[in-house]
Every structure is written in structure tokens, then in C-alpha cells.
Design a protein around this ligand. Structure first.
Ligand code: ZN
Length: 119
């Protein structure tokens, strides 16, 4: 990952130029910097420390921030089988509607995990 704490500059993964984090296209190679990813998938268990639903959703929001900073390709969320799972699916539905994420769904055969495609 290319996180530089305290820096608002990131490396364009296409040409290597240092560009401001909030820019959408690289001024040098014209690539969509906001869509670039190194393929990293952030995995987090947000449901196995007896979290309440509200706590799990706060964890989820923090993960989205972390994934954005690290330009992760996706999130793998361990959500268990109860209310948290349902609440997370609802939150993801809203995010997809807003265009924040590309898609999401159960992670393979594991009903307690959700994969979120970010880029
Ligand atoms: Zn570039």
C-alpha cells in the first residue's frame, strides 16, 4: 500500500507521478487515479466480539475510510449470521445506490462473510 501518513500526495499507479489525493485524473498520464488499486483486499471481522449492530456499522464506516486511503480493491467483511449481517447488507445496498461501491455479495460459500467490490 502507498499510504503516507500526514501526506495528501499519492503515487499514480500507472506512471508513478505524485499527485494530490483528491485529484480524479493524473495530469501526466490521464489515468483515473481514484479508480486505481493495487488489488489489496481489506479483511475485517466486525461481528465476533459481541458488537451491537450500531458498533458494527461504525466499524464498517471506519473500514471504508481505511480502504479509501489504501486504495483497496475490495473489502471482505466477516459479519456472522444475525442482525449485523442484515444491517450490513442494508448499508451496502445504500452505498451501491449512491455509487460508492461497485457491488457486493456473499463471499463464496461462506454465508457469514460478504465481499464488497470497491474498484
Ligand atoms: Zn499517471
Amino acid at each position: 500500500m502507498l499510504i503516507k501518513p500526514g501526506s495528501n500526495l499519492i503515487d499514480c499507479l500507472s506512471c508513478g507521478m505524485r499527485v494530490p489525493r483528491d485529484i480524479s485524473r493524473c495530469p501526466k498520464c490521464d489515468d483515473h487515479v481514484t479508480r486505481q488499486t493495487d488489488g489489496y483486499v481489506l479483511t475485517e471481522d466486525i461481528a465476533h466480539q459481541q458488537e451491537r449492530v450500531s458498533e458494527a456499522l461504525i466499524k464498517l464506516e471506519r473500514l471504508f475510510v481505511e480502504a479509501e486511503l489504501g486504495r483497496a480493491a475490495g473489502l471482505r467483511l466477516i459479519v456472522g449470521s444475525g442482525l449485523i449481517r442484515e444491517a450490513v447488507f442494508e448499508a451496502l445496498r445504500a452505498r451501491q445506490f449512491r455509487g460508492d461501491i461497485l457491488g457486493y455479495g456473499q463471499d463464496g460459500q461462506n454465508t457469514g462473510a460478504i465481499f464488497v467490490k470497491l474498484r
